[in-house]
Design a protein around this ligand. Structure first.
Ligand code: ATP
Ligand code: MG
Length: 193
């Protein structure tokens, strides 16, 4: 099995994530994409974050009708701060014959060298970069592949801000995710993003 792994906070998941995952799956001919929400992200500033349970639930709703995609809770189950090296080690242990492809957007790639055990990462997965609107790619990436994704200038930060201000989020996130956010009163109290 050739597996794509898209890690992130998914707070909330949006169509930029889904378009990137879908494109990598098609271009590289992968069998499955695992959307892997972090427990706690090392680089994130505090904001009005949703719980891990809510973020996982929204990811599940977002991929429910796409048979190529599944949500993995390895990071949420492990708890604590999420490091990609642990994600990949746990996934490799659970799926010893799988060939893992870790997907990272241009903004994430720029900081790859700062990740925990950065030198161990290439031995654990093939790294696949994806283009992201508003972010340029770092010059030296050492990537297995770079996939151009249809540009969707959407971020979770912007979605949270829109929810807080009552601005539209339709067409930026799946309808089921938008319904979940309003049903659970998420993202109404933040002020710092
Ligand atoms: P936040 O604004 O809270 O940081 P985000 O939109 O950047 O949220 P993350 O969960 O941080 O979402 O991103 C997870 C992964 O998805 C990262 O590798 C990121 O680069 C990638 N990604 C996010 N949005 C896009 C997009 N619109 N196009 C391509 N890749 C994206
Ligand atoms: Mg981000």
């Amino acid at each position: 099995m050739r597996i794509g792994v898209l890690g992130g906070t998914f707070d909330p998941i949006h169509h930029g994530h889904l378009a990137a995952a879908s494109e990598v799956c098609a271009v590289l001919g992968l069998d499955q994409i695992l959307i892997t929400p972090a427990s706690h992200q090392p680089f994130k500033e505090p904001h009005d974050a949703a719980s891990a349970e809510d973020r996982v639930a929204m990811c599940r709703l977002a991929v429910a009708d796409d048979p190529r995609m599944e949500v993995s809770t390895v990071d949420v189950d492990r708890g604590g701060v999420t490091y990609t090296v642990d994600t990949l080690r746990d996934l490799a242990a659970a799926m010893p014959t799988a060939q893992l492809h870790f997907i990272a957007g241009a903004d994430a790639l720029a900081r790859l060298h700062e990740w925990k055990d950065a030198e161990a990462l290439p031995g654990l997965a093939r790294f696949v970069g994806v283009t992201r609107a508003g972010h340029s790619l770092p010059p030296e990436t050492g990537l297995h592949a770079l996939v151009e994704v249809p540009a969707l200038a959407v971020s979770s930060t912007d979605v949270r801000r829109r929810v807080r201000l009552g601005a539209p989020v339709r067409y930026l996130i799946p309808t089921a995710v938008a319904d979940y956010i309003s049903m659970h009163d998420l993202y109404l109290g933040g002020t710092d993003d």
